[in-house]
Design a binder for this molecule. Sequence first.
Ligand code: ATP
Ligand code: MG
Ligand code: MG
Ligand code: MG
Length: 483
Amino acid sequence: MKSHDIASRWVDFFASKSHTPVPSASLVSSDPSLLFTVAGMVPFIPYLTAREVPPFQRATSVQKCIRTGDIDEVGKTVRHGTFFQMCGNFSFGDYFKEGAISYAWELLTSPLDAGGYGLPAEKLWVTVYLDDEEALEIWRDKIGVPADRIQKMGKADNYWSTGQPGPAGPCSEIFYDRGPEYGIDGGPAADDTRYIEIWNLVFMQFQRGEGTGKDNFEILGELPKKNIDTGLGLERLAMILQGVENMYETDQVRPVLDKAAQLAGKDYTSTEDPKDPHHTDDVRLRVVADHIRSSLMLISDGVSPSNEGRGYVLRRLIRRAVRAMRLLGVETAVLPDLLPVSRDAMKGAYPEVETDFARIARIAYAEERSFLRTIASGTARLEEAVKESKAANTHLTAAEAFALHDTYGFPIDLTLEMAGEAGLAVDESGFRALMLEQRQRAQKDAKAKKSGHADLTVFHELLAKGETVFTGYSELESQGRVR
Ligand code: ATP
Ligand code: MG
Ligand code: MG
Ligand code: MG
């Protein structure tokens, strides 16, 4: 079953259960506290927090998501994309635990010709929050899942809240067992490679009080109106239904992987084993396929490369894809070959990537060209610095990283990555201190010059546009994940 058909089947199923289909919102989150839409529930936050009255009691969607927090997992695990689609069903004060659990089970296990996904019941495992007897009983007694395939989990895994006072509640998750050839027995608590999390059911039941982190807060009481928020990863279900090894091999991603392999003259082998000699190249090919698609979808939703915020995330994705291709041996521009392949894989579900392709391509290709120029100018200097530092038996100094940045426009993440590949550490905090000093100097200069006579507006504008502001990192790191 193609990804697009999995999505339509989802919407059809929930529409048949009186859910209003709601089109995906933009990746650029409507919630100002988030850089991106990170889950299907994000567009519904005003309803879930009771700030607004929902126009429906039940809704369903297939939401485009970006999770930059998962970027380092991409290609190494089988299940993490920076872009993915979250299928969801939502109840605003309508059905609760029993409804959500019954729908999920029915959709996953009903035969294909009855509108379901036809998964064998004996391959499914579930987890519940350790205090949630109600959910446990529904799974065991009403649905009939054997007790030994239901596992209790703690707050870190199975309790949801926004991290602030507001709605909170236990979760119940559904996992698919890929079989003994993928790992050890013992269910999702024992092995997250063999047992793949596919669906999270969140029961928004309580009012959370003040506190910190995921497990240190008080529960003030029950919510007057309880909500259901669920999310199933479309790519994860696709990987199971299409019988492939990981989400990068599903129909919307694989064509880019194949094209990248062809450009690089590599044989992709699907290996998950870090000890396998093909592993490094396979991971790079999966990274390329993932990042190219994420870049396509981000630009399509109006993001442009820049040095901060969302634009910085996009810049980083494009640069990482280009870097991965270089490490695979391709040093020329690759986006003109890869991006159209991603467009063709995605246009069935998102026709706008085709109709708007000229604009998307212009932005993406310009970014790659500028990055290739940066690499050309800085690499020799970096290599020299690495050699000298190694000979002197020290790390790469802050001053050197700063010079690379200041003179060659070499971004610190590239310095870190390339130095890391050469087995060398970098004085990153020293670098950041130097950046801060430079910024403060520039601000002081700008103030001093303001009192002079010449018209310096144009310089101030240049300064404002220059590569001196690196808020991207802190924003990346502080980007909270909702669930
Ligand atoms: P994991 O533990 O595998 O990282 P999660 O618990 O962070 O997943 P949730 O926040 O519960 O994921 O999101 C709901 C569903 O969305 C998941 O069950 C999964 O199917 C899917 N999903 C989450 N993150 C990703 C991702 N980076 N790529 C693809 N699918 C994802
Ligand atoms: Mg996760
Ligand atoms: Mg999880
Ligand atoms: Mg989860």
